[in-house]
Design a protein around this ligand. Structure first.
Ligand code: B12
Ligand code: SF4
Length: 621
């Protein structure tokens, strides 16, 4: 089920609303000496292709954005802890400025949610008198917030509140709590008073638990959903990302926090790639993708000048040289893209130093829009772009139709290579695609990989079609009995929802799909291909393809190590399947009798997700 759309014309915040809120908070901050820890949940079992390097060497933008919003408002006693770098961090032992923090926040994607729930459980061990207010957010909170309360391992102990939105929602919540907070009162106590006064219900984008035992032992009887957030339209109103990087906890094996954040001069060593928000949204409407609905069908933008300034400031403050745009489809609008790349190509700072000499960037686009911008690709390169990730999915458009075809993909890849930009295809393997197809057909996985390599692909991503929460296809995939719950007694946990495991399939032999992905990677990343790329190193993309081959081969070893066991279970052991999507064991309601906007597609009282499995004889694809 997609996130519902707000009323037409009411999707976006009025211009200036976030700026005004930031200004108001700055005047309040001096009266509240807050200490805050923001943790980014990361499940190390997800470390494999195709994200093996980017997953730990790029400090995620979500936690940095929330940290930047705190620092911008004047709450500089804030620390960002990445489980990517601090896997033993234990919130029960955290001290900042010599005390237990006032706020403990957790950001998580769906596949890292086991770790997020463990962090929340640990934080709840702090005695009630000193316990921080616990807030959860991030993409898992956006699409399936109820699961943060419905975990069978946490027996209904969740965060105090979940933010299903962005900076504006979080800062509005903070403002309301601070307006209730008495001198010396804890943030938790002020939060409960704000909740009881009905003040939270005025902020769309929250889910909070209620029940007589919430304050003492955290057990929820119901969840209250305040609705779908209003989105920020003008991204120039966001706090500057330079603020977030100064809050990063240094990597360590310890459980507690270090006395200080990473020194600015060392930031680029730990996070050599900086993720950067440039645009949000995409004009397409692929049924397996939650992005258009999340963005309320809007395309949200930062001005070209602001993007240039952010790159420059981040380079100056931290030595960051490589950026990855968090765009859903950077080329979405031609005129707008041209404005950005023209500005980046010509921007100069500090009395004439060209930005393009200092920074390089990459991002995500579509094949369709790459062709629309074909003649401008040399300008895109002059603007500093060196690689573009493209959702090729299935080149023959059998699985997904968004205007791609073998010829168009080949044309787009050749044009990119011709301009000196690395094309990085993202493919989706699916039940009806064979490993190899005969007779000149381009349908098979290996046939397509071969075509992509010939067209100039520099890296490869092959993921199995996996149901994504917040999409039209999500509930249906479960209801059709395609989603696996267990194989050979091993339960499918959230970390396996990363596209690397076959966890949704109607194929008679799903293990084949698992092995197909490995064969596909092996066909692309191997020593012979490495030699080929070295021989071609004088092309416009230089030795980048050889570098990607090395990263790919290392990542492939990890991928085989992690997923081969699952293939064997699929091959030899009994498979159990889900018959319904994840449910909320806790009832969830909207405000004033309205239906909950973030409720699960099926609401079943007091059932436990892992019991929704059934054994099947497998339907044949
Ligand atoms: C960049 C990116 C990546 C990078 C991440 C690198 C990094 N370390 O940062 C890479 C390429 C590695 C990656 C990989 C994957 N990704 Co990805 N990725 C994105 C992308 C495009 C941008 C994320 C981002 O930085 N956004 C900008 C920041 C500012 O926004 P944000 O993270 O949403 O945070 C905001 C709010 O959520 C909120 N918030 C966030 N945290 C918190 C915490 C608190 C306490 C509060 C109050 C608020 C809050 O405030 C923030 C500011 O507005 C998103 C799509 C999107 N447009 O968001 C997908 C997305 C996050 N990825 C997704 C997925 C599924 C994956 C993969 C599994 C691959 C796949 N199968 O598609 C892998 C997982 C790899 C791994 N081991 O983690 C999904 C997650 C879905 C889910 N339910 O969680 C998303 C949402 C795309 C989608 N399908 O919709 N990804
Ligand atoms: S083109 Fe990509 S971002 Fe756009 S809707 Fe399709 S999958 Fe989502």
């Amino acid at each position: 089920m997609e996130l519902p759309r707000r009323n037409r014309g009411d999707e976006l915040l009025p211009p200036g609303e976030l700026n005004a809120l930031r200004k108001r908070l700055r005047t309040t901050a001096a009266r509240h000496d807050l200490a805050t820890v923001i943790a980014c949940a990361f499940d190390h079992r997800t470390r494999m292709l195709p994200f093996i390097y980017a997953d730990t060497r790029m400090a995620p933008a979500g936690v940095r954005a929330i940290g930047a919003a705190m620092a911008d408002a004047g709450f500089t006693k804030t620390r960002i802890v990445l489980q990517q770098w601090n896997r033993n961090f234990n919130p029960a032992r955290m001290r900042l400025d010599g005390r237990v923090p006032d706020l403990f926040m957790v950001s998580t994607m769906g596949m890292h949610s086991d770790c997020a729930l463990a962090l929340i459980r640990d934080a709840r061990q702090i005695d009630a008198a000193h316990r921080p207010l616990i807030i959860a957010g991030g993409s898992h909170a956006v699409y399936e917030p109820f699961r943060l309360f419905a975990d069978e391992r946490s027996s209904r102990h969740g965060p105090d509140v979940v933010v299903t939105g962005e900076e504006f929602v979080f800062l509005s919540l903070l403002e309301v709590i601070l307006s209730f907070r008495g001198k010396g009162e804890s943030m938790r106590s002020a939060f409960f008073r704000a909740r009881d006064g009905g003040a939270l219900d005025e902020i769309p984008g929250l889910i909070y638990p209620r029940g007589p035992r919430i304050e003492s032992d955290g057990i929820a009887d119901e969840l209250v959903d305040t609705g779908v957030q209003r989105l920020l339209g003008d991204l120039d109103e966001l706090p500057h990302p330079v603020l977030g990087y100064q809050l990063l906890e240094p990597p360590s094996r310890g459980e507690a926090l270090s006395p200080a954040a990473i020194e600015p001069g060392r930031v680029h060593r730990h996070t050599p790639i900086g993720s950067l928000v440039m645009t949000f949204g995409c004009k397409f409407a692929c049924p397996y993708c939650p992005i258009p609905a999340y963005n309320q069908r809007q395309h949200r933008l930062k001005s070209p000048q602001r993007i240039a300034d952010e790159m420059w400031q981040l380079n100056k403050a931290y030595g960051l040289r490589y950026f990855f745009g968090t765009d859903d489809n950077f080329f979405n609008t031609k005129s707008r893209t041209l404005e950005v790349v023209e500005t980046l190509a010509s921007a100069e700072f500090d009395g004439g130093v060209p930005l393009r000499k200092k920074v390089r960037w990459s991002t995500e686009v579509t094949v369709h829009d790459t062709l629309v911008l074909k003649e401008h690709l040399p300008l895109v390169r002059r603007a500093g772009c060196r690689a573009l990730w493209l959702g090729v999915e299935d080149m023959t458009a059998t699985l997904v139709k968004k205007g791609q075809s073998v010829d168009k993909t080949t044309e787009a890849f050749r044009a990119l290579r011709g301009a000196g930009i690395c094309p990085m295809p993202m493919m989706m393997h699916h039940d009806s695609q064979p490993l190899y197809s005969r007779g000149g057909s381009a349908y098979g996985l290996l046939n397509q990989i071969r075509l992509l390599r010939k067209a100039g692909a520099v890296s490869l991503q092959v993921l199995m079609m996996t149901p994504s929460p917040g999409t039209k296809l999500y509930a249906e995939t479960y209801e059709k009995g395609l989603v696996l719950g267990r194989a050979g007694g091993r339960e499918v946990r959230p970390y396996m929802h990363d596209g690397n495991y076959v966890i949704a399939s109607s194929h008679a032999r799903p293990w084949r799909k698992q092995l197909n992905m490995l064969v596909g990677y092996l066909y692309f990343y191997n020593p012979i291909a490495l030699v080929g790329t070295l021989l071609e190193r004088k092309s416009k993309v230089g030795i980048k393809p050889a570098g990607m081959q090395l990263v790919g081969m290392m990542g492939l070893i990890q991928t085989i190590r992690r997923t081969a066991g699952w293939a064997l279970r699929l091959m030899f052991q009994r498979i159990e399947r889900h018959t319904q999507p994840p449910v909320s064991p806790i009832p969830i309601r909207g405000i004033g009798g309205a239906p909950a906007t973030h409720a699960p597609p099926v609401l079943v009282s007091l059932s436990i997700p892992s019991r929704t499995h059934r054994e099947t004889s497998l339907p044949v694809a």
